[in-house]
Design a protein around this ligand. Sequence first.
Ligand SMILES: NC(=O)c1ccc[n+]([C@@H]2O[C@H](COP(=O)([O-])OP(=O)(O)OC[C@H]3O[C@@H](n4cnc5c(N)ncnc54)[C@H](O)[C@@H]3O)[C@@H](O)[C@H]2O)c1
Length: 351
Amino acid sequence: MTNWNTFYGPVIEGQFCLEFLDEWLKTNRKNYTRIIVLTDSNVNEKCLPMFLGELKNIGETAIIEIEPGEASKSFEIVSQLNLALLENNADRKSLLISLGGGVISDIGGFLSSIYMRGIDHIIVPTSLLSMIDASIGGKNGVNIQSYKNLSGTFSSSKGVFIYPNFLKSMNQKDLISGFSEIIKHAMLSSESLWKDCINCSSSSEFMNLIPRAVKVKIEIVEKDNKERGNHRFSLNMGHTIAHAIEYFENNNISHGDAVAAGLWIESEIAFGEGLIDRESVDTLQRLIDKWWPRLDLKNIDVLEGMIADKKKSSFSKDFYFSLWSGVGKGAVLISVPEVKIHKAKLLYAQG
Ligand SMILES: NC(=O)c1ccc[n+]([C@@H]2O[C@H](COP(=O)([O-])OP(=O)(O)OC[C@H]3O[C@@H](n4cnc5c(N)ncnc54)[C@H](O)[C@@H]3O)[C@@H](O)[C@H]2O)c1
C-alpha cells in the first residue's frame, strides 16, 4: 500500500486501502450524522456491492445514483443533487463519498464544497482515469453548455482511496481511455514509466503503472497547488486540443480519448516549434496509434474550439499550449501561430 499526505488530503493506493478506509470509519463514523454515497448507475451495479461489503464500519448509508457520462457534469444535476442531499437529511455534519469515475469525483467535489457551505468528502475512484488523475489535486468542476469545467472549486478531501481491483469490471474502451493520462504523466516524469508505457501489450498491465502515475500527479500539484505558476500547467499537455475536440463533440467523446488525440497533435506542434526531437515524437505517436484509432476531425474547427475553451488566455489573442520538451523535462508554455496548429491537425488527419 502506498500513502501520500498532500495539500488536498491523504491519498492511499493499494489492495488494502479499503481496509484502511474501514479503520478510518471505525474511528470517525461517530462524528457524522449521515453518510451519503454518490455514484452512477454503472458503478452502482459493478462496484458498490464490493465497496459496501468491505466496509464493516460504514453503518447506515444513503445511495444517490446519477446517469453515467459527461452530460451529468452540469449545474442542473448539481442543483438536483443539493436537493437529494437535503431529502436524505444530510446536514453540515454529513459525509459525502464519491464512488465512481472522474465525472463522479468532479461532481462530488463540487457538491461537497458548496452544500451548506461545505461538507466532508471522501473520493473512491473506480475508473483508471480517475485513479491516476481526476481524483487527485483538489480540482473539481462542471461543464456549462459545451464549456468544459467552466465552473468549479478547489477543495480538499478527507482522503482519496484508490483500490485498483475496481478496474476489473471496466470495459476495454473506458480502460484504454484512462491510459492517455498515464502516458501524459510518463512524458512529464521518468524514462522508467515512459518505457513501461511503451512496452505495455495488454490493458491488464495498466494496473501496475498506477502508483507511479499517481506519484507524478501529486508531485506536480504539490509544487503549484492552485495553478498559479507554470508547474501545474504542464498537466494541460494535450488538453488544449482535447478540450477543443470535446467542445465540438458537445462533450460526447470520452475525455481520455480526446486527450490521446490532443497529445498526438500537440507533440507535432512541439516538434514544429523546435522543442523536441523527431524520434521522441514518432515514439509517442506510434504509442497512441497502437491503442486508439484516429478520430475523424474534419468537422472540428480546433481554433474555434480553443477560443471557446476557458484555458484560452483572456489577456491576449495568442493560442497558448503546454508543449512537451522531452521525457522528464516537463512542458513549455508557449504561444503557437495558427498555421502551425492547422499543419499538425492535417498530419494527424492523414492517418
Ligand atoms: N478534476 C481533475 O483534476 C480532473 C482531471 C482529469 C479528468 N477530469 C474529469 O474526469 C472526467 C473523465 O473521467 P472518467 O474517464 O473516469 O469518466 P467517467 O466518470 O464518465 O467514467 C467512464 C465510464 O466508466 C464507468 N465506470 C467507472 N468505473 C467503473 C468500473 N470500475 N467498472 C465499470 N464501469 C465503470 C462509468 O460509469 C462511465 O460510464 C472528465 O469529466 C474530466 O474532465 C478531472
